[in-house]
Design a protein around this ligand. Structure first.
Ligand code: BTN
Length: 317
C-alpha cells in the first residue's frame, strides 16, 4: 500500500520489500501479478516503482479504508482467481476460517456457479464476483428474504454508481435494457429449521465488452449499457453499505423494509403476466406483490392465488 500512499512517485524496490516484509523476488512476483490484472505500475526495482493511477482492483488495502464500520466486510479474502467464490466461502466457513461478515472476492472464476446448476461466466477483472458469509439467527423460512435483500442492495448500488435504470426480475436478477447484468446465488447450511450459516454470492457484469453468441441476447454489462467503463470498487462499496443497512433492519425490525424496497425496485411486483417453474409445478397468472415472507403472489386465471417462494421465470410480459 506504500504505492497507494505515494501516487505517481517512484518508490524503490528495496523500500517496498522492507515495508511489506517480503523478499525482492516475492515483491517482483507481486508486482507482475498486479500488472497482469491491469494495475498500471511503471518502473523496476532499481529505479523504483510508480503507481500511475488508482486501479479498479478489489484489493483489501484499497477497499478496507473506505468501508463503513459495519460487520459485513470485516474480513475480506481477495483472490486473483477462484473456482467459485461461493465454494471458497463455504470451505472457509466449514474449516472455521470465516465467520459472520466475511467477504470473498475474486478477480475471476474458473467455475462460477449460477442458479440451478448453471454456470456463471466470470471473465477476469471484468465483473464483480463476491460471496458474503452470514450467520443470521433465523428460521429457514426467512432465508429467501436475505437473497431478495441482496438483489435490492445490488439494484441500488448499480443505479447510484452508474445512473442506469435497473429493474429486478423476480426473484433476484437485475435487468438493464431487458438484459441480465447481475444474478444472486444463495447457499444455505441449516439444522432442521434453523439457519446455521448462509453464503450469498453476487455476480455483476461490470466491464465486459462482449458476450458469447449464446448469451448475447440475454446478458449484458453495465459498460455496454452505459457506454463507458464502470468502477467495480465503487459498486462493491455501495453494495456492501446498502446490504448491511437492510440486513440490520431485517434483524431488528423484520422483513418489511426488504419487501417494501424490493416492491419499489421491481416492475415484476404487480400486474405482470408471468409463468414460473418452481421445480414442483408451473404457475401462470398476474403478479400481486410479495407476501410477508417474500413469496410472490400470483393470481391465476381461475381467480385463486398461488404463493411462490423461488423458481425460474419461464415467461413474462
Ligand atoms: C444466477 O444464476 O443468476 C446466479 C449467479 C451468481 C453468480 C455469483 S458470482 C459470485 C458467486 N460465486 C459463484 O460461483 N456464483 C456467485
Amino acid at each position: 500500500m506504500c504505492l497507494v500512499g505515494n501516487m505517481t512517485v517512484d518508490v524503490s524496490g528495496e523500500r517496498l520489500a522492507r515495508e511489506l516484509g517480503i523478499s525482492h523476488s516475492r515483491l517482483l512476483r507481486s508486482v507482475n501479478k498486479l500488472r497482469a490484472i491491469g494495475v498500471d505500475i511503471q518502473g523496476e526495482p532499481f529505479s523504483g516503482f510508480r503507481l500511475q493511477r488508482l486501479p479498479d482492483v478489489l484489493l483489501p488495502g484499497l477497499i478496507t479504508p473506505r468501508l463503513h464500520a459495519g460487520k459485513i466486510g470485516r474480513a475480506i479474502h481477495h483472490l486473483y482467481e477462484a473456482d467459485s467464490t461461493n465454494g471458497y466461502a463455504l470451505d472457509l466457513r466449514m474449516s472455521g476460517d470465516a465467520g459472520h461478515g466475511a467477504v470473498v472476492i475474486a478477480e475471476g472464476q474458473r467455475a462460477g456457479r449460477g442458479r440451478r446448476g448453471r454456470t456463471w461466466l466470470s471473465e477476469p477483472c471484468a465483473g464483480l464476483y463476491m460471496s458474503l458469509v452470514l450467520e443470521p439467527d433465523i428460521s429457514c423460512a426467512l432465508a429467501p428474504l436475505l437473497t431478495l435483500g441482496a438483489a435490492v442492495a445490488a439494484h441500488d448500488a448499480v443505479e447510484r454508481v452508474t445512473g442506469l435504470a435497473v429493474d429486478v426480475k423476480w426473484p433476484n436478477d437485475l435487468l438493464v435494457g431487458q438484459k441480465k447484468v447481475c444474478g444472486v446465488l444463495s447457499e444455505l447450511q441449516a439444522e432442521l429449521d434453523h439457519v446455521s450459516s448462509m453464503v450469498i454470492g453476487i455476480g455483476i457484469n461490470v466491464n465486459q465488452e462482449r458476450f458469447p453468441p449464446e448469451l448475447e441476447g440475454r446478458a449484458s454489462s453495465l459498460r455496454i449499457q452505459a457506454g463507458v467503463p464502470q468502477s467495480r470498487v465503487e459498486l462493491f462499496l455501495a453494495f456492501l453499505a446498502g446490504f448491511e443497512r437492510l440486513y440490520e433492519s431485517f434483524l431488528s425490525e423484520g422483513p418489511e423494509a426488504i419487501i417494501v424496497r424490493w416492491t419499489e425496485a421491481s416492475s415484476f411486483a404487480f400486474g405482470r403476466t408471468i409463468e414460473i417453474d418452481d421445480l414442483v409445478r408451473r404457475v401462470r397468472g398476474v403478479t400481486e406483490g410479495l407476501n410477508p415472507l417474500g413469496a410472490l403472489r400470483i393470481r391465476q386465471q381461475d381467480g385463486t392465488v398461488q404463493e411462490v417462494y423461488s423458481g425460474d421465470v419461464l415467461y413474462w410480459e
